[in-house]
Design a protein around this ligand. Structure first.
Ligand code: FES
Ligand code: FES
Length: 151
């Protein structure tokens, strides 16, 4: 089946069999490998992208259900201040979870420019980090929010 997608402002048209996930299309068909697949079952958040600004798990999102919603991947967030903030806060270790963390955090900040610690933890709860960088991720988000610390 033909699928038409808008990803990071660019239009794509490709053939995709029924049952192909958005994560597979991004990584395998389009070479947008910033989106990671870890569990592949909707449990870890590594594959998070945004559809019309809302974080979704691309490993369990069938590409044919995306429709005309705008897809934003980590490649579309290269210039987002969270990228530098994660580096400054030393919030990446192995880095495998980082794209998904930034995608989710950017959606949070777009909806809530000054989130509390609880609001950050609630919004980020679906993004697991096996390296345990959670406090540093929170610090990075607060840095971009402009409050520099917790609340
Ligand atoms: S790879 Fe999608 S939730 Fe883990
Ligand atoms: S930095 Fe390694 S899993 Fe998060």
């Amino acid at each position: 089946m033909v699928v038409e997608l808008t990803i990071n402002g660019n239009a794509y048209e490709l053939e995709a069999p029924v049952g192909r996930t958005l994560a597979e299309v991004l990584r395998l068909d389009l070479g947008l490998t910033g989106t990671k697949i870890a569990c592949g079952e909707g449990h870890c958040g590594a594959c998070t992208v945004q559809l019309d600004g809302v974080p979704v798990l691309s490993c369990i999102t069938l590409v044919h259900t995306v429709g005309d919603r705008e897809v934003t991947t980590i490649e579309g967030l290269r210039e987002h201040p969270l990228v530098e903030a994660f580096v400054e806060a030393d919030a990446t270790q192995c880095g495998f979870c980082t794209p998904g963390q930034i995608v989710t955090a950017s959606a949070l900040l777009a909806a809530n420019a000054s989130p509390s610690d609880d609001e950050i933890r609630h919004a980020m709860a679906g993004n697991l980090c096996r390296c345990g960088t959670y406090p540093k991720i929170e610090r990075a988000i607060h840095t971009v929010a402009g409050d520099g610390g917790g609340s």
